[in-house]
Unconditional design. Structure first.
Ligand code: GCU
Length: 601
């Protein structure tokens, strides 16, 4: 059967099923930055629409009055603008707390090319997007932190076009995340928008990684999209490794390959990336890919067969200094540069997939990555649509970053309550992740430790059975106990698996000083870090740390005037990039750890 072009298929689905139940969007295009694209970044006209009246009024038609008596109650051209990419909350004071729909519109010109297909690519829209081109619906996407593509080949006009996006960060109980988050719900088109042109048959995705458990065998596949019959020849080259092989695509357009390779393995100390060239028919893509192995042995994490201790830090994707959702390479360079300055070899990117640019930067900088979907606190565990949404976000996170050596953990949740429906939900996600990527480790940040006698705590969460690596969030000295009491606390786990303390910390307002017993002072936070580090370093099975948190970040849950002002102040740096005393406590500890690991000449 002739494959229907995506746009036709999507239009058909769009017209026949309610939006919410719409089939998943077209599969992601890999490595967009390597393709010929037309950027749609810049100023877009907007209409703030708290009652979503724009749906009924069909704002997406971008109509003008046809004569002087015609009634049209909107006009994008006369409306204010927002910059794309960028959350709306930090672009206009009146939108700081806004949670609801906003309509975006811009025009652009496009000149059609023979035998080409065109896709509209969005790096991320928080939280839900409805996309229209030249007045016609082309697709909808839910999930605020992962990319999506819609084929627009048939909807584009040669010449002038207009695109309309309804973005909404409306919280919903059945969404992922749900109603309650300790981070700001930055809404809007928060990442790049591009038109991507491809040949009629093109390379949509590929997997080029070491085979599980091997350090010299590459297992891979290339997925074609389009009319790929009869079989198509695919070429894979890694010139610096002397590799040039070809493979034949099967009836589904997938070309599998396996090749021996003598490679410099990627590691934090040597983040070696190879240029990989893939071509087929009249399409070709290039990528920079590192090769390494990651596995566990008892309580150890092994990178390239060697035990490694993860000196990490947790961080939100918050833009340093200016605030809002980080959305540029410069933002990522500042954040990951601070992690490096701390002495980190590991970053926990919380609580949602961070930008592809940030993950690719970690590849280049030699920072190992914990990547996480926003299954956060309480979720509608019983709702099949919620599970399908979480699975879709997990699939898109893995599809986007499955060739990034830096990524070693897929995290399926953070601090979810221990109850039966939740366990079934998360077990499904863990199975999905292993099916999509058998090479990386599955983890989750859990805070279900139970008291096990005086000053004793045990991580008894049944979720641990389905994880490769256990994450433990605990706030001894902040939410319970005094920092000094941390020294006596004993933490154990019933699982013979690596354990990472994925959060500990306390708040301090930069520049606020007093004695170490006075909360919110830098001295209190620094003292807490001293005692927490004493405590966690005694935990058996400890394989890493990711203290909470690199930099202060906005949160609607943190109103304390003059101290928080709607910022979570557990950062080691203020949101203006000022280093607090605790920054240097952790930095000293990591430098001492690294010195102990470094073999003496
Ligand atoms: C939790 C949660 C974080 C939150 C932190 C805090 O552990 O995982 O998202 O910001 O605690 O209370 O500051």
């Amino acid at each position: 059967m002739q494959r229907l072009p995506h746009v036709l298929l999507l239009t058909f689905l769009f017209l026949t099923v309610p939006l919410a139940a719409q089939a998943p969007h077209a599969p992601l295009l890999a490595n967009v930055s390597s393709r010929k694209t037309k950027s749609l970044n810049g100023a877009w006209h907007i209409i703030v629409d708290p009652l979503e009246s724009g749906l009924g009024s069909k704002f997406y038609r971008n109509r003008k009055p046809k004569d002087k008596s015609d009634l049209v109650e909107y006009d994008f051209d006369a409306s204010e603008t927002l910059n794309v990419p960028g959350d709306w909350n930090t672009q206009k004071e009146k939108l700081l707390f806004y949670e609801g729909p906003i309509w975006y519109e811009r025009t652009f010109s496009y000149s059609e090319h023979e035998h080409a297909r065109v896709f509209a690519h969005f790096g991320a829209v928080n939280y839900r997007a409805r996309v229209y081109l030249n007045g016609e619906p082309i697709g909808e996407h839910e999930g605020g932190f992962t990319p999506f593509d819609f084929e627009v080949t048939k909807s584009l006009h040669d010449g002038e076009n207009f695109i309309v996006v309804e973005a909404s960060n409306q919280r919903r109980e059945d969404a992922v995340p749900g109603l309650n988050t300790d981070w700001w719900n930055y809404g809007g088109i928060t990442s790049d928008v591009e038109m991507i042109e491809t040949p009629e048959t093109f390379i949509r995705d590929y997997w080029v990684q070491l085979a599980k458990g091997s350090r010299d065998q590459i297992d891979g596949w290339v997925q074609l999209d389009g009319d790929f019959r009869p079989q198509q020849l695919v070429s894979i080259e890694i010139p610096e490794a002397g590799i040039k092989i070809s493979a034949i695509s099967d009836g589904d357009g997938r070309a599998a390959f396996h090749v021996s390779a003598k490679l410099q393995l990627w590691s934090p100390g040597n983040p070696k990336l190879y240029e990989v060239r893939i071509s087929s028919g009249n399409d070709a893509v290039r990528d920079l890919i590192g090769f390494r192995t990651i596995e566990t042995r008892g309580s150890q994490i092994l990178l390239n067969g060697e035990p490694i201790f993860l000196r990490g830090i947790s961080l939100h994707e918050e833009a340093p200094v200016r605030g809002g959702r980080a959305n540029s390479l410069e933002d990522a360079q500042t954040l990951l540069g601070w992690a490096k300055e701390l002495g980190c070899n590991f970053v926990r990117l919380t609580h949602y997939p961070h930008s592809e640019a940030e993950v690719r930067l970690a590849d280049r900088m030699g920072l190992l990555v914990w990547s996480e979907i926003p299954v956060y606190w309480d979720i509608a565990w019983k709702n099949p649509a919620t599970l399908a949404n979480a699975e879709s976000q997990l699939r898109d996170m893995i599809t986007r970053d499955h060739n990034r050596a830096a990524v070693i953990f897929w995290s399926i949740s953070n601090e979810t309550p221990v109850k039966p429906d939740r366990l079934l939900f998360l077990r499904t996600l863990a199975d999905d992740a292993r099916h999509l990527d058998p090479t990386r480790l599955i983890t989750s940040a859990m805070n279900g430790a139970e008291d096990d006698g005086a000053d004793r705590h045990i991580l008894k969460d049944p979720l641990g059975e389905f994880l490769d690596v256990l994450g433990l969030n605990q706030y001894y000295g902040w939410y319970s106990g005094r920092p000094e009491d941390a020294d006596r606390q004993i933490w154990t786990s019933p699982y013979d698996k690596p354990l990472i303390v994925s959060e500990f910390g306390g708040g301090a307002a930069y520049g606020r000083h007093g004695d170490p017993a006075t909360r919110w002072t830098e001295e209190y936070q620094a003292n807490l870090y001293v005692h927490q580090l004493n405590m966690v370093n005694k935990i058996p099975h400890l394989a890493g740390l990711a203290p909470w948190v690199l930099m202060d970040f906005r949160s609607p849950r943190r109103p304390l005037p003059g101290v928080q002002d709607y910022f979570n102040r557990k950062g080691l740096l203020s949101n203006r990039g000022e280093r607090k005393q605790a920054f240097f406590v952790l930095q000293k500890a990591y430098r001492e750890m690294e010195a102990r690991e470094t073999p003496h000449p």
